[in-house]
Design a protein around this ligand. Sequence first.
Ligand code: PEP
Ligand code: MN
Length: 350
Amino acid sequence: MIIVMTRAATRKEVENVERRLKQLGFDAHPIQGVERIVIGAVGGKKISFPTGLETLPGVERVVPIMAPYKLVSRESRGSDSIIAVGGVSIGGPQLAIMAGPCAVESREQLLTVARQVKAAGAQILRGGAFKPRTSPYSFRGLEKEGLEILAEAREETGLLIVTEVLNPNEVELVAQYADIIQVGARNMQNFALLREVGQSGKPVLLKRGLAATVEEWLMAAEYILLEKNYQVILCERGIRTFESATRNTLDISAIPMLKQLTHLPVVADPCHSSGNWRLAMPLSMAAIAAGADGLLIEVHPKPAEALCDGPQSLTPASFRELMEGVRRVAAAVGRVLPSCPENHPLVGRR
Ligand code: PEP
Ligand code: MN
């Protein structure tokens, strides 16, 4: 349930409600809105309405939350959550563009692509140092060395870093380097990992599970918010369907659906969903038209030589074209893309 305080409620009155909630076995999550504070109350025993809390000073009303997820629900927060990280806001009018290779392969590869995606207008560099691979014989990442290379690329370009963590016991290490920690599709319901990234206090990019419903995905996000880490960005990365023409099916409808169900920002990944770089631009444009707050795009200086996910990786030149297409759609739906810092003529168009 949520306890909506009056506009004039004092700090003392809010604390008093929190105290009473504690006595009733609830965990209190005060959420500061523009006009008032609402208090999310979770974890307590079933309570019957009216609850008695209605009579406390400063309380306007008490509203049950019907959805199984509470803190992530739209009911607990009417306005959109904006995740501010290192000068970039995710969830506001400006779109957040995360781009880079599937995996950090070498210093040269990463620094090259970092400069290229920055020149095309990305604000956040992606790249896996710990890679979840279907086959244990595939390249599984440079691990700590990969994190160090990412940090060097941030130092040089000013781009923020988003990178994946696979194990709860590696969260502390990854959090030392990442600006945003990625939880991948295969780990969406790794509850120990969700709790650990929640406790890290770092913004989390939570990808949708390979076959997860929207409700299961939001329940996974709820684990992170329960640790009092409210900085979660959802990433629609396609789900497994009967369709085999694409690697996965980008669930475009999930984007506006999530906008109704949750206040959390939503970004789309057209590369893992399609498995095909040629589809990345139209899918990106569709995702932004549907209300996505940003994109996660795989870009590699030489996709044919990529150690991971080459067929779905864009060249820097095709990424730049994608950005131009997205810019047109963004303008049509009242969103803006960050401007390109430079106008490099990019070579190697394909
Ligand atoms: C990735 O972003 O490189 C990745 C492994 O994605 P997903 O978890 O969506 O498969
Ligand atoms: Mn990948």
